[in-house]
Design a protein around this ligand. Structure first.
Ligand code: DUC
Ligand code: ZN
Ligand code: ZN
Length: 470
């Protein structure tokens, strides 16, 4: 029986904060207590360190084919990067293309991820083709295949966008079977008009990405998504919320008792729209959707995190290289050199979520240590049907643990991160608080700068109901 003993750490969960030892047996937490002893166990000393549950990032896009572009992280490189950042579970996406059966889409994606994954993983399914066959497949996916959340896009007309009628039909089925809908909420049709006008006027640079995606249209779509969900009686989760107007729609819904939820991402919390003014096409690095917003929005997001109007911080890790080489133009921002609308939408971040939120959230006093764990591990696990196996430190839970040095200062950089992407949104930023050791089901995978994990050790997670317990 593989035994591991972690001694002398300060255990922090979403609700607790105390000194104790943790005994791990066969990948699970066997005991938590003072002065535990297990002579045959491998010992790790944790004096001076915080012990968190492994992070749960419910919004990543590894090895993701978006048509003209493909994200540059494989499941192997992306999950290794996640582990170095203290994240031991991801929920990624399996995307349905026109005519595809959602179950087949899921099976293909699991087959791609399984031999490569270095952390545990689940999938949301992106629905783009709402037919009777698609709708008929959903109950089985929820009840038997462990997929209880389905993403739909209100943006990207002609590519990913689902109209209101199809969205409503999907919501009704998903709600009835214990699932939740995730919505990319932007008014795609109006945004398309603005994009075409900008290009016709010769406005092709990255800053027009922001100017053609106004926060008002995120607010409008968020309001609409919530109203449709209300009628369909389904929990709704707004992904990558960036705008104060969108947050307002979520707050109003929650105030009336609706199961409306939302996540935001570190880039919206720490960066603002000024980044698009960088010279030499550098603004393209910040082209993600929705775009970076102004300081007023940023302030509203921090307030939302404090008061639980926003429940989760995820990364939307969707990396494309800045330079065309070494992975070629399909994996690079250079696709949009002459036309901002062709810049692949997405940015990296899976490795820096925990250090950034610790430094810029806990370190600045904006959120408490318990809230930090809630936002990065416990709430995502609960929201997406993974709790209590994931998201906390408790007897019987998977021993996914992060030993974290709250005093150590280090610099975030693409030179030292583990993603394949060639830039960082946070290049050169100094943060205090560093992931020292990471355990995945009791196995030490990260030890300082050393990688001890291996591809294929991550397991597919069948999830239970989403959006029901928080
Ligand atoms: N939405 C996402 O969630 N990820 C990448 C691009 C997008 O529009
Ligand atoms: Zn999206
Ligand atoms: Zn995304």
């Amino acid at each position: 029986m593989a035994e591991v003993l972690i001694k002398g750490g300060r255990i922090v969960t979403a609700v607790d904060d105390y000194m104790a030892d943790i005994l791990i047996q066969d990948g699970r937490v066997e005991a938590i207590g003072r002065d535990l002893s297990a002579p045959s166990a491998t010992l790790h000393r944790a004096e001076g360190l915080l012990v968190f549950p492994g992070g749960v990032d419910v919004h990543t896009h590894m090895q993701f084919d978006l048509g003209p572009a493909e994200t540059v992280d494989s499941f192997e490189s992306g999950t290794q990067s996640a582990a170095f950042g203290g994240t031991t579970t991801i929920v990624d996406f399996a995307q349905q293309h026109k005519g595809e059966h959602p179950k087949q889409v899921l099976e293909d994606r699991i087959a791609l991820a399984e031999p490569q994954a270095c952390v545990d993983f689940g999938f949301h399914i992106i629905l783009t083709d709402v037919t009777d066959e698609t709708l008929g497949a959903l109950p089985d996916l929820i009840d038997r295949e462990g997929v209880s959340s389905f993403k739909m896009f209100m943006a990207y007309p002609g590519v990913l966008m689902v109209n209101d009628a199809d969205m409503f039909k999907t919501m009704r089925v998903v709600g009835h079977h214990g699932g939740m809908v995730n919505v990319h909420a932007e008014n795609g049709s109006v945004i398309q008009v603005l994009i075409e006008e900008a290009l016709a006027a010769g406005n092709t640079s990255p800053k027009y990405h922001r100017l053609t995606r106004p926060s008002l249209m995120e607010g409008e779509a968020t309001h609409r998504a919530i109203r449709l969900a209300e009628l369909a009686e389904v929990p709704v989760y707004i992904v990558h919320l960036s705008a104060a107007e969108a947050l307002q729609a979520v707050v109003e819904a929650r105030d009336t008792g609706m199961p409306a939820f939302a996540e935001t991402c570190p880039h919206y919390l720490f960066l603002t729209e000024e980044e698009y003014d960088r010279p030499d096409f550098e603004g393209a690095k910040y082209v993600m959707t929705p775009p970076l917003r102004d300081h007023k929005c940023q302030h509203a997001l921090w307030r939302g995190l404090r008061f639980d109007d926003l429940q989760i911080v995820s990364t939307d890790h969707c990396p494309f290289c800045f330079n065309e080489n070494p992975y070629g133009i399909r994996k690079s921002k250079a696709l949009g050199q002459d036309d901002f609308s062709q810049i692949p939408n997405g940015a990296p971040g899976v490795e820096f979520r925990i250090p950034l939120l610790f430094d810029g959230g806990v370190g600045t006093g904006r959120i408490t240590l318990n809230r930090f764990v809630q936002l990065t591990a416990t709430a995502p696990a609960k929201m997406f049907g993974l709790f209590p196996r994931k998201g906390t430190i408790a007897v019987g839970s998977d021993a996914d643990l992060v030993l974290f040095d709250p005093q150590k200062t280090h610099t975030l950089s693409a030179k030292t991160h583990h993603s394949r992407v060639d830039y960082s949104l946070f290049e050169g930023r100094q943060v205090t608080g560093k992931v020292e050791k990471v355990f995945l089901r009791g196995q030490l995978v990260v030890d300082g700068e050393q990688w001890l994990g291996r591809p294929g050790m991550g397991q597919y997670l069948k999830r239970s109901a989403s959006g029901r317990v928080l």
